[in-house]
Design a protein. Sequence first.
Length: 303
Amino acid sequence: MSDLAKMIGSEDETPQDLEKMIPLLPSPMVQLIGKQASARPNVDNIVCFCRLAASDLNRPQNGRALHHRCVLIMNLKTAATVCVDDRNIPLNPGEALLVFPFQFHDYSAPESEDLLWFFVTFDIEDVSDLERFRYSPFVLSPNLERLAHDLIQAYLLPGNDDLSVAVFRLMLERIRLVEPIVRTEGTQPAPSTLLSRVNQMALSSREMPSAKEMAATVGISESHLRARFRESCGISLGRHLRQLRLEKACGMLRLGTSRISEIAENCGFTSVYTFSRAFAHAYGMSPSEYRRIGNPPTPSTDS
């Protein structure tokens, strides 16, 4: 590390006082040409909340959480295990974890009932530059904790939506500077389940496979797959796949520019009419209305 970098302070250290930082700035040769922003993926629609008790972690109660949004989890107090897809990831105080779109996640083995966990869910166009954090926690530096404080402060004040999003975008830039924790113990695959195998098949390809294609991949008949899925998950395979398709469509509608007909095809619907009818039944509005509003109510649980 250079002397200048040591003087400024690393990502894990508290920055120097402003009076000490200002003299470090160079005198620009050309004052009209400076640092240029890179084309980062669009981030929007952030939701901040907390969990203060371990018994409140697993919500919804009926099944593991699944949605088209990213989730940032910041642990300030009490270690627990975050179960993401088929991996058990220990998350200790002073650490954070990113859960990516369509990753099932729940929580286990909290060390105590008393928690202090901060969550941010958000929409993002492209997660490719964050992929190294998939299944890997990272340390909450003083800079990240300070930005979390500023984000909560902006979020709690009415009319500060633009500031809240701007602060969170800055937080993501800080996260991109840190390195994931390399942990050789404790992060191991959990037993593969039928639910996780179905989700991996459904979301690993551009187009949703049919139940018949999934059954062939698993090596059982379609009727056996449907029966086993309902027995193990408590819901029908068709209803679960419809939820996956609709969640995928929500993400494409919010942040993408594809035509609704293209989205219907990419999400496994046979026609725009079928897609629009299923979407309206689940969310109470058409896909085009959702694209304008971007915040539908919770989808219907009717089978």
